[in-house]
Design a binder for this molecule. Structure first.
Ligand code: SF4
Ligand SMILES: [Zn+2]
Ligand SMILES: [Zn+2]
Length: 333
């Protein structure tokens, strides 16, 4: 049995980078210290904030909600709310909503569930069926990601949020970094900063990632030790086994062989983001405008969400007219 490096209790976690072992109590202290340090280092929150936590019902987002709610008890100017986007995926979302409700009710956190059906008139399942019928070249995850990001920003603003906290952990961030290097998408790399959207657009809620420096296995253990997870694991039926799966596996192998690799990659990312900031030509693709159809934040005259709705044929006639007019101006038929 491995003992905790700080007391006599059995270890539940070994950090290969600093060589220390942690019992439950000392792991929770270590986790708490690490996340607070990240929040301070990047100045994620002000003294007065309405923090909307984006919660999917999975281990990372439930851990983040639990963590920020606990921390908020010590900061009188903070208000915490939870936001879940219900895409409308049968056989999956209804179960994760149950986990979400169990935790928000236990923590007594105000929450909002916003659905694709409510805002776009269709569930993701219906959108996928239309897309397949029309033989559009997009995968379910493309619609899901675009519509979800769109609603997170819009609904968090409607809720009066001043900042949106997402549960991306170090593993998620460096995997996305690697994927965007492969795709040569430097504008997307620039968006992987710990805090984004401070000044770019008045309708864009500032986004922060408090788990930026926390490993995925640490957020999983945090969720387990705080009884946030049900033993059943639900997987979305549309999950794509794309390049991320290989990158994830490869990065885990590298970390096993050379502990500290993941932190080094994160440092490399932070350095690249600094370099990109001084080289706006590389990130101009990400410059924010206002969508001519819906008035939301966009990197093009029409936002991706409205373009998808247009292509699917699920927007109002008057909206369609605007899209046609803009496309004509841009000379795209
Ligand atoms: S796997 Fe794809 S479709 Fe399913 S929830 Fe994730 S992004 Fe959405
Ligand atoms: Zn201990
Ligand atoms: Zn739009």
């Amino acid at each position: 049995m491995v003992k905790c490096s700080f007391c006599d209790k059995p270890a539940v976690y070994i950090n290969k980078v600093n060589g220390k072992a942690y019992c439950k109590k000392h792991f929770l202290e270590y986790f708490d210290h690490k996340v607070r340090k990240t929040i301070r280092k990047y100045r994620m929150f002000d003294k007065k904030e309405h923090i909307v936590v984006a919660v999917s019902g999975g281990k990372d987002s439930l851990s983040l909600l639990y963590f920020l709610n606990k921390l908020s008890k010590k900061v009188p100017g903070w208000k915490i709310s939870a936001l879940l986007i219900d895409e409308g995926i049968k056989g999956y979302r209804e179960y994760t909503i149950k986990d979400f409700l169990r935790i928000v009710e236990k923590l007594d956190v105000p929450y909002r569930i916003a659905s694709f059906k409510e805002y776009f008139g269709y569930t993701l399942d219906e959108i996928v069926a239309i897309s397949r019928e029309k033989k559009l070249p997009y995968l379910p995850c493309s619609y899901c990601g675009v519509f979800r990001r769109y609603l997170l920003n819009k609904v968090a603003r409607e809720m009066g949020g001043t900042v949106l906290a997402t549960a991306h952990n170090l593993d998620d961030i460096i995997q996305t970094y690697m994927m965007n290097i492969i795709k040569n998408s430097w504008d997307k790399v620039a968006r992987l900063a710990p805090i984004t959207g401070v000044i770019e657009h008045p309708k864009f809620i500032k986004r922060v990632k408090p788990f930026y420096e926390v490993l995925e296995k640490e957020t999983t253990l945090y969720a387990l030790l705080n009884n946030l997870l049900e033993p059943v694991f639900y997987e979305c039926p549309y999950v794509e086994y794309n390049i991320r799966v290989y990158i994830r596996r490869y990065l885990n192998e590298l970390e096993e062989e050379y502990p500290g690799t993941k932190y080094s990659i994160l440092k490399s990312l932070l350095r690249i983001i600094e370099i990109l900031k001084n080289n706006p030509k590389e990130i101009t693709k990400g410059t924010l405008q206002t969508c001519r159809v819906c008035g939301e934040v966009s990197s093009h005259p029409i936002c991706r969400s409205c373009m998808y709705r247009y292509e699917l044929g699920i927007m109002k006639l008057e909206e369609e007219e605007i899209v046609k007019k803009v496309l004509k101006e841009l000379k795209i038929s």
